[in-house]
Every structure is written in C-alpha cells, then in structure tokens.
Write a protein that binds this ligand. Structure first.
Ligand SMILES: [Zn+2]
Length: 152
C-alpha cells in the first residue's frame, strides 16, 4: 500500500510540526544530525526566521552549535504556516448530492414521517436539515451540479 504522496514527490524523511518549539526543534536537530532529511514547520514567523538565521529562538545550552553544524552539513528547510487543524470537508452541496442519490421517493417518505430530512455528518457532527421545499429543489429540472460552496 502506498499513500497518496508518491515517493519521488516527497523528498523529506520527516516534517516536524511545531518544529521551532522547545520540543520540536531539539528533535528536528537531533534527527537531522543523524542524517534524516528534516523539514521544520512552525506557525511562528519569528521562530522560523531565527532558525533560518541559524539562531535558537529560545535558550537551550549547546543547541545553537549543533543547529549551525546541522545547517552547514545538510539542506535545511523551514516552512512557516498556519496552524494545522482538523477541518471536516463536509458542506451542504456534498450532503445534497448524497440525498439526490437516495431518490425523491425515499426523501418524500422521510418528509412524511419526520417533517424534515435531517443529516448529521458522522465525522464532525455538523447537522444539516432539509425541508420539503429543499427536497423538491434537489430534484427540480435543471438542478445541475452545485457551484462550489463551502460552509467551512
Ligand atoms: Zn462534517
């Protein structure tokens, strides 16, 4: 089994998230010192700039010498970015296409029983509700593919 990233497209052995912090940076330096191709990813622009200039962004006895040696011997790459967070990619248009696949009769019978069609995303728990008008709109003539519209 291979992941979605092909080996030849990904030339790092490890990326340390939060790699300019008190835990991440010593880890990244230690891995790089042992020959791993290490990427450092951190949300702090100031910390990334410090490490790019081969300075420790915080006091850590002895670490700056190792950092400078590792950067001199290895290809040193840093990435600054936004916090990594879990974002569910569900949105109303995805839910509508799932509902469309159930068919209008099924949805009408749910409406008869429950008054509305309620869907809760299994991943993030976000609720979606569709009333009779929404359901008829799903199957209206000319209801084509949804324009990209994210609720995230
Ligand atoms: Zn979701």
């Amino acid at each position: 089994m291979t992941g979605p990233v092909r080996q030849d497209e990904f030339d790092l052995d490890v990326v340390v998230i939060g790699g300019c912090g008190h835990v991440g940076l010593p880890l990244a330096i230690a891995l790089a010192d042992r020959g791993a191709r290490v990427g450092i990813y951190d949300v702090s622009q100031a910390a990334v700039e410090a490490v790019n200039s081969r300075r420790m962004p915080f006091a850590e006895p002895g670490a700056e010498e190792v950092l400078q040696r590792v950067c001199a011997e290895h290809d040193c790459r840093l990435f600054a970015g936004s916090p990594v967070k879990f974002v569910c990619r569900c949105d109303a248009s995805r839910v509508r296409s799932v509902l469309r696949s159930l068919g209008v009769e099924e949805l009408r019978s749910i409406l008869d029983e429950q008054g509305a069609v309620s869907v809760t995303c299994e991943f993030c728990g976000r609720p979606y509700q569709f009333d009779a008008i929404d359901v008829e709109r799903l199957f209206a003539i000319g209801a084509g593919p949804e324009s990209p519209q994210s609720l995230n």
